[in-house]
Design a protein around this ligand. Structure first.
Ligand SMILES: N[C@@H](CCC(=O)N[C@@H](CS)C(=O)NCC(=O)O)C(=O)O
Length: 245
C-alpha cells in the first residue's frame, strides 16, 4: 500500500496514525501537493494529499481513506460500534477536517510555514491575529464541551480523537497551542492522544520535513524507519497554491 503525501499535512498524519493503529505496512511518497507532477493531477484531481494506492485502487480524501481502511482492515476498528456513535464520530471528524482545518492549516500553518518557504509569500499578520484572537478560541470552546473526562471519546481511540488532534498539531508547529487554563479538558485529551504510540510515531517524521532541506527529506525519513517509495509523483517546481491565487 502506498500513501502519497507529506507527513506534516494533518490529513496525511490522520491516515498514517490510523495505519499505525491498525498495524498496516505502507510505503510513503512524501510530496507536498504543490510539487505534484502531471501523474499526481491524474490520481488526485483536486491536487490534494493524501492519496492511497492499493493495487489498482486509488482513493482520495483522508475521510474516505479512513473509512476504506476500517472496512478493508476491520481487525482494529477505528470507528465505534453502533449507528449513533458512528454518526457522532463522523461529525467530530468532519468538524476537525473542515473548521479546525480551515483555522489551523489555512489560517496559521499555511501562511506562517508553507507560503513563506515554498512561495516566498509574506504572511498577512492581521488575518493571522484574527484566527488566534477570535476564531480559534471560539472553535476550542466548542471542542472543550465535547472533550471526554478521561480516555477517549468512545471505548477505544477512534478516527474522531485522531482527527481533532491532527490540525491542532499543525497549529502547534505554527506557534499556537491551546491554553490549559481556558481549555483544560481539551489539553488533557490532546495529551492522551499524543501519547498513543500510533500518533507519537508520526511526530518522529516531522524533523525529516521541517528541519531538512527538500533534497534530503526522503533520506531523513528513511533514517527514522519510514519505507519511502522508490518512485515519486513529485517534481522540482511548485505550482501555485489555490490559496495564493
Ligand atoms: N478533505 C481533504 C483535504 C486534503 C487537503 O486539503 N490537503 C492539503 C494538504 S494539508 C492539500 O493537499 N492542499 C493542496 C491544495 O489545496 O492546493 C482530505 O481530508 O484529505
Amino acid at each position: 500500500m502506498l500513501i502519497v503525501g507529506n507527513p506534516v499535512s494533518p490529513f496525511v498524519r490522520k491516515v498514517l496514525t490510523l495505519l499505525h493503529l491498525k498495524g498496516i505496512d505502507y510505503e510513503l511518497d512524501p510530496i507536498a501537493p504543490f510539487y505534484g507532477n502531471d501523474e499526481f493531477s491524474r490520481l488526485s484531481p483536486l491536487r490534494r494529499i493524501p492519496v492511497l494506492i492499493d493495487g489498482d485502487l486509488v482513493v482520495n480524501d483522508s475521510t474516505v481513506i479512513a473509512e476504506y481502511l476500517d472496512e478493508a482492515y476491520p481487525e482494529v476498528p477505528t470507528l465505534p460500534q453502533g449507528a449513533a456513535a458512528r454518526a457522532q464520530a463522523r461529525w467530530m471528524e468532519e468538524y476537525a477536517d473542515s473548521r479546525l482545518g480551515d483555522l489551523c492549516i489555512w489560517g496559521l500553518f499555511f501562511p506562517r510555514i508553507v507560503a513563506p518557504h515554498i512561495f516566498k509569500h509574506t504572511p498577512d499578520e492581521a488575518a493571522i491575529a484574527k484566527v488566534i484572537e477570535d476564531d480559534l478560541p471560539a472553535a476550542l470552546d466548542w471542542i472543550e464541551a465535547q472533550a471526554p473526562d478521561d480516555d477517549f471519546l468512545f471505548e477505544t481511540p477512534s478516527i474522531a480523537d485522531i482527527a481533532i488532534a491532527c490540525p491542532l498539531r499543525n497549529a502547534a508547529i505554527a506557534g499556537w497551542t491551546p491554553d490549559p487554563a481556558r481549555w483544560p479538558r481539551t489539553v488533557a485529551w490532546l495529551e492522551r492522544i499524543g501519547a498513543l504510540p500510533a500518533f507519537a510515531r508520526t511526530l518522529e517524521f516531522e524533523p525529516a520535513i521541517l528541519a531538512t532541506r527538500r533534497d534530503g527529506q526522503r533520506a531523513a525519513l528513511e533514517a527514522v524507519g519510514v519505507r519511502v517509495a522508490a518512485t515519486s509523483f513529485g517534481t522540482d517546481t511548485p505550482r501555485a497554491s489555490i490559496m495564493l491565487r
